[in-house]
Design a protein around this ligand. Structure first.
Ligand code: ADP
Ligand code: MG
Length: 259
């Protein structure tokens, strides 16, 4: 059973002659541990698809199952709980709260999840440390570079230890260095066991994934392993990054905190 399974999903906006079929019969299964890029031009339906995958929106037709659970059977509170437990979101424009510090931004989803104050503060601080932002915890988003803001957004996406990261054009507003750093970070998260769904219109960015799904006019037109997935593994092992070491451990920290 795939972790995420979309069957003939439709999402339409408006009605009559002006109706936009943003998704028009999308079937897609994503297994736990995959790193999937969803590629397509602007307006092809990528963000609509991500909103449905992330349970931020409901489809008009078809069936969406998360771990076999049909989301249509859930009321809005149950859907919100499933969303919190399953998905961490990263957006092109970071979507940080401008009036809050990096630390407070990272803690935000843990408040909704009911994590006690001291636990979430500690967890946010560790994530910021891991992402090289320990000296920026008190800074507001407008005092941070784009790359730093996106790392704060990644820390926020990880605070509830979700198994799936959904990233919608996460490098779209970054320079090439920050972009490369962010892709390396997403890869490490995937190697540490997280499922990553990356939305992009950029083939170079998509080449970091194991699998590339192409969408056009609300339909999947191609679904293949990325070429890189078939390339031999690099001979030289990269030095152990703190993030790969700590991130699985954080799951344990949360479980202990919840206990
Ligand atoms: P992408 O992320 O690939 O650029 P979107 O999923 O945002 O594409 O949009 C797909 C199509 O649906 C586009 O034609 C867009 O204009 C339309 N669309 C998206 N959101 C809405 C909305 N809230 N109301 C009406 N049309 C929308
Ligand atoms: Mg979009």
């Amino acid at each position: 059973m795939p972790l995420l399974e979309l069957t003939d999903i439709a999402r339409h906006y408006g009605s009559g002659a002006g109706q936009v079929r943003a998704l028009d019969g999308v079937s897609l299964g994503i297994e736990a541990g995959e790193f999937v890029a969803i590629m397509g031009q602007s307006g092809s339906g990528k963000s609509t698809l991500m909103h449905i995958i992330g349970c931020l929106d409901r489809p008009d037709g078809g069936r969406y199952r998360v771990r076999g659970q049909d989301v249509a059977a859930l009321d809005s509170d149950q859907l919100a709980a499933l969303r919190r437990q399953t998905f961490g979101f990263v957006f092109q424009r970071y979507n940080l709260l401008g009036g809050a510090s990096a630390q407070a931004n990272v803690e935000m989803p843990a408040i909704y999840a009911g994590l006690p104050k001291t636990e979430r503060a500690e967890r946010a601080r560790r994530l910021l440390d891991e992402l090289g932002l320990s000296d920026r915890a008190g800074h507001h988003p407008n005092e941070l570079s784009g790359g730093q803001q996106q790392r704060v957004a990644i820390a926020r996406a990880l605070i509830n230890d979700p198994p799936v990261i959904l990233a919608d054009e996460p490098t779209g507003a970054l320079d090439s260095n920050s972009s490369a750093e962010l892709m390396a970070l997403l890869k490490r998260l995937n190697q540490a066991g997280r499922t990553v769904v990356l939305i992009t219109h950029d083939a170079q960015v998509a080449a970091h994934a194991q699998r590339v799904v192409r969408i056009a006019d609300g339909r999947i037109v191609d679904d293949q392993p990325a070429d890189r997935a078939q390339a031999p593994a690099p001979v030289t092992a990269a030095p152990a990054e703190p993030a790969t070491v700590l991130l699985p451990e954080l799951g344990e920290a949360t479980r202990m905190a919840l206990r």
